[in-house]
Design a protein around this ligand. Structure first.
Ligand code: CMX
Length: 132
């Protein structure tokens, strides 16, 4: 698997963006709101991979809770896969069930699922299949 992107939780994309753009020279390539995840996201290209800045749009979403309990920082690592349903089934058979029963729509129109950090040594893992 290759790393698709690294998610970073921030209080404000507008406030965080200048650091990544100016200090690190990364180029913002896409932004959108993901209403069912209660976040606004901005992707910055970093070579072959990307950073995803995640800003909560509501007090009761996963990222808002993360910021409240742990503060800003590394939120998840996302890996690209070719056939997400097959990967999910493979993980279920290994008793590492994804949080979702089936792939769901994520940012950029991709299909995604998440693995709980308790299965991945403290890291929230996302699997991403590009396309719908
Ligand atoms: N990375 C590492 N650890 C995390 C974490 C994260 N992102 N989020 C929570 N945890 C830890 C908590 O600190 C806690 O640790 P302790 O048990 O040591 O105290 C433990 O996981 C809690 O687990 P929980 O009770 O299941 O906690 P939550 O209610 O906070 O839910 C999780 C955590 C991962 C199940 C939830 O955040 C989730 O469903 N995430 C997937 C969806 C998501 O993150 N969406 C936002 C991004 C969307 C996008 O990229 O578009």
């Amino acid at each position: 698997m290759t790393i698709d992107h690294v998610g970073i939780a921030v209080e404000s994309i507008e406030e965080a963006l200048p650091f990544y753009r100016t200090a690190l020279g990364l180029v913002p390539v896409h932004s959108e709101e993901v209403p069912d995840q209660k976040v606004r996201v901005a992707f910055l290209q970093a070579g072959q991979t990307a950073l995803e800045l995640l800003e909560p749009t509501s007090e009761d979403g996963a990222v808002a809770k993360f910021l409240k309990t742990r503060g800003p920082g590394l939120h998840h690592v996302a890996f690209a896969v070719n056939r997400l349903p097959d990967e999910m089934e493979r993980l279920r058979k290994m008793e590492l069930p994804p949080l979702e029963k089936s792939p769901r729509a994520g940012a950029r129109g991709h299909q995604v699922c998440f693995l709980h950090p308790k299965h991945a040594y403290g890291v929230l893992v996302e699997l991403v299949q590009h396309g719908r």
